[in-house]
Each structure stands twice: as structure tokens, then as C-alpha cells.
Design a protein around this ligand. Structure first.
Ligand SMILES: NC(=O)c1ccc[n+]([C@@H]2O[C@H](COP(=O)([O-])OP(=O)(O)OC[C@H]3O[C@@H](n4cnc5c(N)ncnc54)[C@H](O)[C@@H]3O)[C@@H](O)[C@H]2O)c1
Ligand SMILES: [Zn+2]
Length: 357
């Protein structure tokens, strides 16, 4: 019996099934009415474990690169699925990380006005965070994540066995999102995962426990605010700065690691803006710095960073930035701040001097 977490959504309930044998079970009874969309690298790595899946009549292998979740790639995906006779009562089965999730979720939302999809997340970021919450986000031209829908999968089959082959930087990218979710849950949760930070990388049971906890925390918010109109906004903690770091470095810094730097930056700026304290920034710094080690010295040019920050989706008017910052106790909340020369100076101070110092 697998362990199950049920999520309520506007399309009804859906389940996350924690099952280390998920891939073997799939390969031993491949659904005939499925259309597979699989990360090309995962298909290669796990070819011997899923011969029947890969021999299925409808398999679309896609390399997990940002360009491949761009709108101009979608006609080829649609042509493939139409060529394979996709019908409304059939199901898309996605296997991969956030990129494959975004592509499949967007296709599932729009093909034939909606088909079901099932997700086998293979990255830690997808397992501990993005697999629930319904969002798809795809790119158009230079605008990242500009198009999207809210379309939950029917089911998520979560096997941490996939993590065995993940690069360390991709593990740390997922851990960055886990630190974020625990910070949102409150200082005690953050301190708990901080104390177990090293064990996450060496002990699978510890990792599974914190993945499950991260999903439980997120579940409570998405069930209250699936469409991200209010309480769910705080999941963007670390993201305004993180997205700007990704954009300013041409995506050289992986998403969850940029978010980790973004949280550290939010903590320090919060103290400088007088809403938080240096003591809180210092309390939260050890696991954040450990998680972005190797990237602390990566140059983040200020002008592209500020330009990206000004374009953030969360901003409401011009001349302001909407940020999620911690208070003196480490509880995060959303507020709007003037995007002026003084604010740019605080960003410069952090990016040029403060990081990891
Ligand atoms: N829709 C959402 O809610 C949401 C949330 C967060 C991020 N995202 C998006 O997700 C993307 C990032 O996703 P991600 O970090 O999960 O990874 P990814 O899909 O970018 O994959 C990262 C790398 O890991 C490889 N990989 C995947 N599984 C593997 C495995 N088991 N073993 C070895 N290698 C494996 C991939 O081939 C790729 O090289 C971004 O495009 C981001 O915008 C979406
Ligand atoms: Zn994120």
C-alpha cells in the first residue's frame, strides 16, 4: 500500500501517491490509452527499467531545456499527439521535472479543451513543490512563464528512487524550495529542516519526511487559495529576487538555488527596510548559504537584475515592487515598497558585497 496525500482542487480531489515502486508498477501495466511525455534524459537513464513504456505507441521525448517550454515549440507537440490520434477520454502521462510538468500541464489544459494528465515527478523540485498547486507556466519569446493555466493532474505518482540519478545542483535546487516552504510554515519549521539540512543529502528517510511535510504545508494554502489571489502569494518568498537573478545571469543559476539566494537577500533587505532584523537574517543564513554554496560569487549584473525585478508579475503599479519579506521573528508576509534609488542601492549593496559575506 502506498502512502497517499489528497489535495482538493476546483477540478475535484487528486492524490499524491508516495510509492517507491511507481515506475516498475507503470511498466508492468502500461495503460493503452496513454500518451507519454518524457524527459529525454530520464528516458535514457531509466530505459532498462521501463522497456514497455518506451515501446508504447505514443511516446514524446523532450529535452528539459527552457526553450522547449516556449510557445513556438507547441505546434510540434500538438502535431505529434494529433498524429497519435489523441482523444478527449485519453490521458497524458508526464515523466520529468518542472519543464516536462509545465509542457504537459499546458497541453492537458488546452488540447481538445482539456484532457486528463498524470504526473511522475523525477526532480526534487517537482516532487517537493511544483507537482501540486495546479499551475502551468510556459515561455513566449523572451517572456518567461508568461502564459499559463490552473490545471491539476488526476494523480501524482511520487517515487524518490528517481532522485538517485539527479545532479547535486538539482537536488540543492529542490532543497531551496523545501527551505522556502518550511520558512512559510513558520520559524519552528524552518529551524527543524535547517537542523537536518546535512541529513537531507545522506538519509533518504529524512528526505522523504521533509518532502511530505513540504507538500502538506503547501496543500493547506492551495486548498484555500488555488488561484493565487491572496494567501498563496507568500509562496513567492525568495522568488522576486530569485527570478531577477535567473534572468540577469541567463539562467546560469538553477531556479531553486536562485530562490535560495533570493530568500537570503529578502532577509537582509527586510532588516535594511526596517521590517525585519539582522538577527533574523543571521538565524536563517546557515542553511541558505550552505544551499547556494558555489554560486555565492556568481556575478549578478545590477542593471539587468533591476530591470527584471521591475517587470515582476506581482507588481501592481509602476514605481513599486511587491515583495515577500520576513518580520523580526522570521514570519513572512507580503507588502509593497517604493522601487526608487534607495531601494536600488540596497539591492546593489547585497549583490556586490553582502552575499555569503
Ligand atoms: N508549474 C509550476 O508550478 C512550476 C513551479 C516551479 C518551477 N517550474 C518550472 O520548472 C522548471 C524547473 O524544473 P526542475 O528544476 O524540476 O527541473 P527541469 O525539468 O528543468 O530538469 C532539470 C534537469 O534535471 C534532469 N533530470 C530530471 N529528472 C532527473 C532524474 N531523475 N535524474 C537525472 N536527471 C534528471 C533534466 O533532464 C534536466 O537536465 C522551470 O522551467 C520552472 O519555471 C514550474
Ligand atoms: Zn520556485
Amino acid at each position: 500500500m502506498s502512502d497517499v496525500l489528497t489535495i482538493q482542487s476546483h477540478k475535484g480531489p487528486y492524490e499524491v501517491r508516495f510509492d517507491e515502486a511507481a515506475l516498475d508498477n507503470l511498466d508492468s501495466s502500461v495503460p493503452a490509452d496513454a500518451h507519454f511525455i518524457i524527459d529525454d534524459h530520464v528516458a535514457d537513464l531509466y530505459a532498462a527499467r521501463m522497456p514497455r513504456v518506451l515501446a508504447h505507441r505514443s511516446v514524446l521525448r523532450i529535452e528539459a531545456r527552457e526553450e522547449n517550454k516556449s510557445l513556438d515549440r507547441f505546434p510540434a507537440y500538438v502535431d505529434h499527439l494529433v498524429g497519435k490520434g489523441i482523444r478527449r477520454d485519453q490521458v497524458l502521462v508526464a515523466m520529468g521535472g518542472g519543464i516536462i510538468q509545465d509542457i504537459t500541464c499546458f497541453l492537458a489544459a488546452t488540447l481538445l479543451r482539456g484532457v486528463d494528465w498524470v504526473f511522475y515527478p523525477t526532480t526534487l523540485l517537482a516532487q517537493a513543490d511544483s507537482c501540486i498547486g495546479s499551475k502551468s507556466s510556459i515561455n513566449s519569446g523572451a517572456a518567461k512563464n508568461i502564459l499559463g493555466t490552473f490545471t491539476p493532474p488526476r494523480r501524482i505518482e511520487l517515487s524518490t528512487a528517481f532522485l538517485d540519478t539527479l545532479d547535486e545542483r538539482d537536488v540543492r535546487s529542490g532543497v531551496g524550495e523545501m527551505l522556502k516552504v518550511h520558512a512559510i510554515d513558520g520559524p519552528a519549521s524552518f529551524d527543524a529542516i535547517a537542523a537536518d539540512y546535512a541529513s537531507l543529502f545522506t538519509d533518504r528517510a529524512t528526505m522523504v519526511r521533509y518532502i511530505r511535510r513540504a507538500l502538506e504545508v503547501k496543500k493547506a494554502y492551495i486548498e484555500r487559495d488555488e488561484f493565487d489571489r491572496g494567501p498563496r502569494n507568500i509562496f513567492n518568498y525568495g522568488h522576486s529576487f530569485g527570478h531577477a537573478i535567473e534572468a540577469a545571469t541567463d539562467f546560469a543559476v538553477p531556479h531553486g538555488i536562485a530562490v535560495t539566494i533570493g530568500m537570503d537577500m529578502a532577509n537582509h533587505l527586510s532588516a535594511r527596510l526596517g521590517v525585519g532584523t539582522e538577527a533574523n537574517a543571521a538565524r536563517m543564513a546557515p542553511p541558505l548559504r550552505a544551499n547556494y554554496r558555489g554560486y555565492a560569487g556568481h556575478p549578478v549584473p545590477l542593471d539587468p537584475f533591476l530591470a527584471a525585478l521591475s517587470k515582476d508579475k506581482k507588481n501592481v503599479g509602476s514605481g513599486t515592487v511587491t515583495l515577500i519579506l520576513p518580520d523580526g521573528e522570521g514570519r513572512v508576509f507580503r507588502d509593497t515598497y517604493a522601487n526608487d534609488a534607495a531601494f536600488a542601492g540596497l539591492c546593489r549593496d547585497y549583490l556586490e558585497a553582502g552575499r555569503g559575506a
